[in-house]
Design a protein around this ligand. Structure first.
Ligand SMILES: O=C[C@H](O)COP(=O)(O)O
Ligand SMILES: CC(=O)C(=O)O
Length: 205
């Protein structure tokens, strides 16, 4: 389920939510522009309320929770309606909690050892974070050698210019990023520009 969810989403906007109403407006804009999926990070107090509101208002949208750092947050995000859980990293406690709950977690990794620790726990799809800083496309190509069956969602430092090159790598399922949901654009209510960036991101090539 996780692999298919990521592969068919292709691009995952990473949203740090603000007020629920503003976040709903942003999400409606993205959905109307053709974005099938998005990630709400648990980096703001409003995050779980935003997840509940999106789930209720746009039930057809694929909704992930990001910055899931603890087993407690994993439970809260699932209960609020997130279908997929992403984390910038992985701890033994988080991996164990996800495995025991059968929760669809995409743990974060930045090294081969972290991939191996995740594989040991039964995970085979990972967020590569921070993707550009950790080694970008060169790192993904290197990881494809020892881990040919592992899929990645690189996030961190991707943008409108480079994400297509990442997506073209065989071990990249989906690209995450905030370039189309930039805080400055949201604060300036530049919804047309956000819609344009979202529709460009979903264009085939
Ligand atoms: O923490 C950052 C987000 O995961 C996305 O990274 P980005 O803003 O470089 O696209
Ligand atoms: C890094 C990221 O996208 C997250 O916090 O889940």
């Amino acid at each position: 389920m996780i692999r298919n969810w990521l592969r068919t989403s292709r691009v995952l906007p990473v949203i740090t939510p603000g007020e629920v109403d503003t976040t709903l407006h942003l999400v409606r804009t993205l959905a109307a522009a053709g974005m099938p999926a998005l990630e709400i990070t648990l980096r703001a107090e409003s995050a779980l309320d935003c997840i509940r509101a999106i789930r209720s208002e746009l039930p057809e949208l694929r909704l992930a929770a990001g910055t899931v750092l603890t087993p407690e947050q994993l439970e809260q995000a699932l209960a609020a309606g997130a279908e997929l859980l992403l984390s910038p990293g992985a701890t033994p406690a988080l991996l164990r909690a996800a495995r025991e709950a059968g929760a669809p977690l995409v743990p974060g990794v930045a090294t081969a050892s972290e991939v191996m620790a995740g594989l040991e726990q039964g995970f085979d799809c990972f967020k590569l974070f921070p993707a550009a800083t950790a080694g970008g496309m060169a790192l993904l190509k290197s990881l494809a050698g020892p881990f040919p069956a592992v899929g990645f969602c690189p996030t961190g430092g991707l943008d409108a210019d480079n994400f297509r090159a990442f997506l073209a790598l065989p071990n990249v399922l989906c690209c995450g990023g905030s370039w189309m949901v930039d805080r400055a654009l949201i604060e300036a209510e530049r919804w047309d520009e956000i819609a344009y960036l979202a529709s460009q991101a979903m264009r085939e090539s």
